[in-house]
Design a protein around this ligand. Structure first.
Ligand code: MTE
Length: 309
């Protein structure tokens, strides 16, 4: 990285003008660079570059992905985010990156994106949500951003926080959760190439109800780890607070890896029903680490996953 990066680094400072693209332009750029068209429901005319981690499962329809959400800042009903999230102002947006990093600061999202190469920006893979959807995400690896800001050797965890703005997030006017929504990953989980910061889906900017303008996607963990509308990323030494773990530690552990062998105290987690399969869709057996065992099982070698759930 250029040595002249400073605390109040402006990412576009270190990006040649020719490669500077606005958020909207780089979405179009993703299409231009496409390796192949991909046909699916609602996909007319949209092309995406498949990543090496892409699933070949058919993606869910855009209406399913944007019409059935969990985003308590906009209400606790699955349709509340679609009804209310249009109120959220997502541009301009800045993310504070602090704690044990070489270049802490408040970074404008447009500058963060402008500082990425096209190869770093494009991604498409299978998504895990609590209710199981396949989402063609657009985004980049969290590791790319962490490498840019320089993680210090004493950092062991990454902590994330969602925006607090009750004027635009009506759910935050009530103590449903202890706001802000927060999450955490162990550093090696955060650095894994499957861990994404997603800024869009289906080749478009992120719909507000899915966590615009930037949200986490951790495909081998239960959906609640994938924190939306992120405004802070802190590198820390100790295991950070995480919303559902704080709310009910017996039911929700810090790790929350998809694991059919460890039941939630109130329900089995051995099978799942795919959204969009219709009311009578057959339940399918849930796979360990949501099918990403080959990639991520090594992160937990020697750990008792019934204890560290
Ligand atoms: N992030 C914030 N800030 N607030 C939330 O309520 N819900 C989580 C997660 N991220 C949530 C959040 C839960 S419980 C799930 S299952 C996923 O977002 C849902 O993501 P989706 O709506 O894109 O499917």
């Amino acid at each position: 990285m250029p040595a002249r990066w400073k605390n109040d680094l402006n990412w576009s400072d270190v990006t040649p003008k020719a490669v500077y693209l606005s958020r909207r332009q780089w979405m179009a750029g993703a299409g231009a660079l496409a390796a192949g068209a991909f046909a699916g429901p609602g996909m007319a005319g949209i092309t995406t570059v498949p990543s090496r981690y892409s699933t070949d499962e058919a993606p869910n329809a855009l209406e399913e992905i944007t019409g059935y959400n969990n985003f308590y800042e906009f209400g606790t009903g699955k349709e509340d985010p679609a009804d209310n999230a249009h109120r959220l102002t997502t541009d301009p947006w800045s993310v504070t990156i602090d704690g044990l990093v070489d270049k802490p600061g408040s970074y404008d999202l447009a500058d963060i994106l402008a500082g990425l190469t096209l190869e770093e920006r494009i991604y498409r893979l299978r998504c895990v949500e609590a209710w199981s959807m396949v989402v063609p995400w657009v985004g980049f690896e969290l590791a790319t951003l962490l490498d840019r800001v320089g993680v210090q050797p004493s950092a062991r965890y990454v902590y994330f926080e969602t925006l607090v703005r009750p004027e635009e997030m009506p759910g935050q006017r009530y103590p449903i959760l202890d706001w802000p929504y927060r999450e955490g990953l162990r550093l090696d989980e955060a650095m894994h190439p499957l861990t994404l910061l997603a800024t869009g889906l289906y080749g478009e900017e992120m719909p507000n109800q899915n966590g615009a303008p930037i949200r986490l996607v951790v495909p081998w963990k239960y959906g609640f780890k994938s924190i939306k509308s992120i405004v802070r990323i802190s590198l820390v030494e100790d295991q950070p607070e995480a919303t559902w773990n704080m709310q009910n530690p017996r039911e929700y552990g810090f790790y929350s890896n998809v694991n059919p062998e460890v039941d939630h105290p109130r329900w089995s987690q051995a099978s799942e029903r795919k959204i969009g399969g219709g009311l009578f869709a057959r339940r399918v057996p849930t796979q360990m680490f949501n099918g990403y065992g080959d990639e991520v099982a090594g992160l937990y070698a020697g750990m008792d996953l019934a204890k560290f759930y």
